[in-house]
Design a protein around this ligand. Structure first.
Ligand code: PLP
Length: 383
């Protein structure tokens, strides 16, 4: 039998067979009626998932392209930007703003900390306000999910536009674009939205579109106004990744059929199950032991274990793909993603593989307890 493969990373994530099958259909033309009906439904479904009545712009790019579009459309060189960071993705977004020539100020935390609305309030006060505040909803490098609602309220109160990196959170944990008054919310296809990589989305508020219309964008490809004008008549300004949009339409249909609230509850319980299993093995969590941490569980690699060798062993011998740490956490942590097309047996498989691999690497871990603890945490808790 060929080796079965399991993908338990926080992006890319497993893709449902219905989505894969839809993407394997013969090609259609992106300006013909076959594609337009899918495009239209997909954009509508995106609005539902984002919880917005405004536009969600769709780009063929990885999630980072969506982040880049925020700076290309909202900022001109010299604009004051406040970037809140507590991990790899927050720091990267600040760097992106610097490359766009913004006057970047930071509210920077140690990796693994949770940003606070009070700190943001003081920092905004200190720097005399900002045109735009950059937030990261789920910091995928650490497992922390920030309270974007509270942070955004403070930023708005100080007169700033609010831009949110929701690449790994949209569809997994609650996010209310209109209810929380968010101006630009970026996500991508390959995390909780159950598609392969290749699409980015940006929900844009009316204030954001107004701000974007004041200056020419700093490029052609990510121009929000041009993209919106095209989407308004279902005529994309450039050729979209047609198979990915067709797949996304099916994937969003699956998510909305489950229901957003039901999906959020499932992710909370998956997070609980994963943490319960990790703790039952005697391992130390790096991500918070908290229901908010429903995207990725990050655990410290026990002393004396070579993280890279462990991950390769899981992949080569068991077909199980987990992922290590980024930046300063490289070699120190292992991350188990649990978003999207994911159930409790994916958690138990990940835990069982980790237990086997660590045991054979000589780590002192509790054997035989993780799977039971995970199943109990999943089955016997109400959200
Ligand atoms: C994955 C991820 C990104 C980057 O997305 P790409 O598709 O790799 O460009 C950005 N921010 C967060 C929080 C992510 O999890």
């Amino acid at each position: 039998m060929p080796q079965k493969r399991y993908l338990f990373t926080p992006g890319p994530t497993p893709v449902p067979p219905e989505v894969l099958a839809a993407m394997a259909q013969p090609m259609v033309h992106h300006r013909g009626p076959d594609f337009r009906s899918v495009y239209s439904r997909c954009l509508e479904r995106l609005r539902e998932v984002y919880r917005t009545d405004s536009d969600v712009l769709l780009f063929t790019s990885s999630g980072s392209g969506g982040l880049e579009s925020v700076l290309a459309n909202l900022c001109v060189p010299g604009d004051r930007v406040l970037a809140v960071s507590a991990g790899h993705f927050g720091e990267r977004w600040a760097e992106m703003a610097r490359l766009h020539g913004c006057d970047v100020h930071e509210l920077a935390y140690a990796w693994g900390e949770t940003p606070s609305a009070d700190d943001l309030d003081s920092r905004l006060d200190e720097i005399g306000g900002a045109k735009i505040v950059l937030l990261t909803h789920s910091e995928t490098s650490t497992g922390v999910v920030a309270d974007v609602q509270a942070l955004a309220a403070v930023a708005r109160g100080a007169g700033a536009l609010v831009a949110v990196d929701a690449v790994s959170s949209l569809g997994a944990v609650p996010l209310d674009t209109d209810g929380w008054n968010l101006d630009a919310v970026v996500s991508g296809s390959q995390k909780a939205l159950m598609c392969p990589p290749g699409l980015a989305f940006v929900a844009v508020s009316e204030s954001a579109l107004d701000a974007a219309a004041k200056f020419p964008p700093s490029g052609f490809y990510f121009d929000w106004c041009r993209t919106k004008a095209g989407q308004d008549v279902l005529d994309a300004p450039v050729t979209p990744a047609v198979p990915l949009v067709i797949g996304l339409d099916v994937a969003l249909g699956l998510l909305l059929k489950e229901g957003l609230e039901a999906a959020f509850e499932r992710h909370i319980r998956l997070g609980r199950a994963c943490r319960a299993g990790v703790k039952a093995m005697g391992l130390e969590l790096f991500s918070p032991d908290d229901d908010r941490s429903a995207v990725v569980t990050t655990l410290r690699v026990p002393d004396g274990v070579d993280a890279a060798a462990l991950l390769l062993d899981l992949r080569d011998r068991m077909g199980v793909q987990l992922i290590g740490g980024q930046g300063a956490l490289k070699g120190k942590v292992v991350r188990i993603g649990h978003i999207g097309y994911y159930d409790v047996f994916d958690i138990t498989t990940a835990l069982a593989a980790l237990e086997l691999g660590l045991g054979e690497a000589g780590a002192e871990i509790g054997r035989g307890a993780a799977v039971t603890a995970a199943l109990e945490a999943f089955e016997h808790t109400k959200v």
